[in-house]
Design a protein around this ligand. Sequence first.
Ligand SMILES: Cc1cc2nc3c(=O)[nH]c(=O)nc-3n(C[C@H](O)[C@H](O)[C@H](O)COP(=O)(O)OP(=O)(O)OC[C@H]3O[C@@H](n4cnc5c(N)ncnc54)[C@H](O)[C@@H]3O)c2cc1C
Length: 391
Amino acid sequence: MAGSKTGTVLIAGGAIMGSFIAYFLKKQGFAGEITVLEADPTYVRSSTALSAASIRTQFGCPVNVHMSLFGADLFRNIRSEFGPDADIGFVEKGYLIIGPEGSQDERRAGVAMQNGEGADIVALTPDEAQRRFAWLNVEDIGIATFGLKNEGWFDAWSLLQLVRKAAIGMGVTYRQAQVDTVEVHGGRATGMRLATGELLAADWCINAAGPKAAHIVRDLAPALPVEPRKRTVFSIKAPLDAADFPMLFDASGAWIRPEGQGFICGIAPPEHNDPDATGDFEPAYDLLEDVVWPALAQRVPALERLRVERSWAGHYEINTLDHNAVIGPHDEIPNLLFANGFSGHGVMHAPAAGRAIAEHVLTGAYQSLDLSPLGFGRIRSRTPLHETVVY
Ligand SMILES: Cc1cc2nc3c(=O)[nH]c(=O)nc-3n(C[C@H](O)[C@H](O)[C@H](O)COP(=O)(O)OP(=O)(O)OC[C@H]3O[C@@H](n4cnc5c(N)ncnc54)[C@H](O)[C@@H]3O)c2cc1C
């Protein structure tokens, strides 16, 4: 479908994804009307507000490396994007990802691919890792990979506020409204029906509804394979210097990174115990004592002594087909666009996704970064593009 600089855009969901889409549409010169429909403007249960807000370039799919590189660049230069007072506390201290014995060849191939795409990752032998990170137990590890640049963490809430404010400043309207469904007639999205029954007409409908994205397109086939899955974050204090501590991902899947005066940590539950989490925001407290703590204390002995300060749970928007985002137009309804299913890496990829959706609306094609490998076509043909580096 040809792009357009005018017309009416409706975006369902006004957290990080919806806001970056609206922002880039205006920034790139969309002169029409943009309304962001957000069910809960407090964002208390949005993934964005509950996320660990970290960014990495260590991915299995080249397209994800590129999306992260764009995000990291924008975060690093946040003031030139959003003005001299903009601050998202971007700490560029790298991901340290531990590989078990036997994973060396596969991990080195991954690093070669990532660096070939523009990332800056080093592969470390256990001895090299030990010299660089004195607190690390390397006894049972095969390899460690570490991001020298473009990886770290930031404040997702501040980022959301910046983008939202900038979008509003350029004329975007945010309206509190629950979208019930996207209306489709004759191969075109004609608008969005609200839970109140009100029908809003649009030339473009964009789904940025996070873990609930499948609900508003539930009448379409094939279904959007995006489901909410619970992830718990534990905030802890430990007798460990956070100053040079990276985002550490252990081979067990447990992770930890500095946050304020302490650390945050967590782990994904085992696949067989990771159900659809609709409505469930109760932290999985047992995970800390049973799984996360023992794994982290094995990797970082100083963590044998830790104190839990608080915990919370949020929802990953898992694409059950392949753990990758679904971005861009529906294959049969070209004015219905998706920015969904980021499977736990959506804050870092929101800038690239927002820019890409904006380009598609304005010109009918991607201009900066080709995100077509993440298109809806693979959902219909059931040809997954598996992302293997998932947590
Ligand atoms: C514990 C945890 C840790 C994470 N860690 C990271 C990380 O380190 N790095 C990273 O990049 N990502 C991380 N993520 C994933 C990241 O948070 C998400 O990928 C990202 O926030 C998705 O943004 P979104 O705007 O699409 O979704 P959300 O932030 O969930 O926003 C969707 C919005 O849509 C609204 N909405 C939903 N349905 C409707 C409707 N029908 N009508 C109107 N509005 C609607 C919601 O109210 C919500 O505000 C993490 C997630 C969790 C839960």
